[in-house]
Design a protein around this ligand. Sequence first.
Ligand code: PMP
Length: 305
Amino acid sequence: MADRDGKIWLDGELVEWRDAKIHVLTHTLHYGCGAFEGVRAYNTVNGTAIFRLREHTERLFNSAKILRMKIPFSFEQVIEAQKEVVRANQLESCYIRPLVWLGDEKLGVSPKGNRVHLMVAAWAWGAYLGEEGMKRGIRVKTSSFTRHHVNITMTQAKTVSNYTNSILANMEATDDGYDEALLLDSAGFVSEGSGENIFIVKNGVVYTPDLSAGALNGITRNTIFSICADLGLKIVEKRITRDEVYIADEAFFTGTAAEVTPIRELDRVQIGAGERGPVTEKIQNAFFDVVNGRNPKYAEWLTQV
Ligand code: PMP
């Protein structure tokens, strides 16, 4: 990804994509203390706009706070940086990746004395789990890796190091021929995918794990709450067991990258009719109306670049 044309926002200025480099003795590269975001811009009916930019930026600042890192830019500067990167790369729709990390002043576990850096990159990125998966649903495997306990690496922070757990789970599942992993919490309850929140539908009610199961407080997850309210669907946060997913009528993943992706199978057990279910499809359509600017109720969630 490094060898391409474009601009990356690095510590306050736009630099050439190929010149956005760091040193091998960068603290975060060794010890994993960093935070990031995944944000999307859509080519909406009113032009290119970033979806829930303020919420993503708030989560970035909160992740840094949890890691005791002070971002050396104001909230508004980070908002502006993300807009600027989309504009500078002339992207109509894209994925935006802000990252906060510690510099190369010194090594040793203590991060004290290292400068805090911030970069923002953006590039075109289609359906994360495939176009086909969006329509037909994906095949998921329960991971042998447990999701982080809430008192290990802090599950409300979107930290760099949390993703070692996600990578292990995703590699295991995809090496075994599945599309994605489902991780359980340390008590055995359903938590989330390697990069997605999970929902199930049973008898017309939508359920999702409460955040004590260690899942990230997803911004798409939160968007689904509003969409369900609009659609008159009851939504319940609760502890969910793996077998409740097996016998659900429908299941789907949500995330900025994954958007709303139906799940048709877990551990080779067919969920419902083994295809995108009708409730999932309704929620998916409503979601794409919101992010593409076709639902005026949520106009304030879209920031024009
Ligand atoms: N859980 C994990 C582990 C994730 O990486 C993501 C993607 N950020 C999500 C859930 C979904 O969060 P969001 O909807 O805010 O992208």
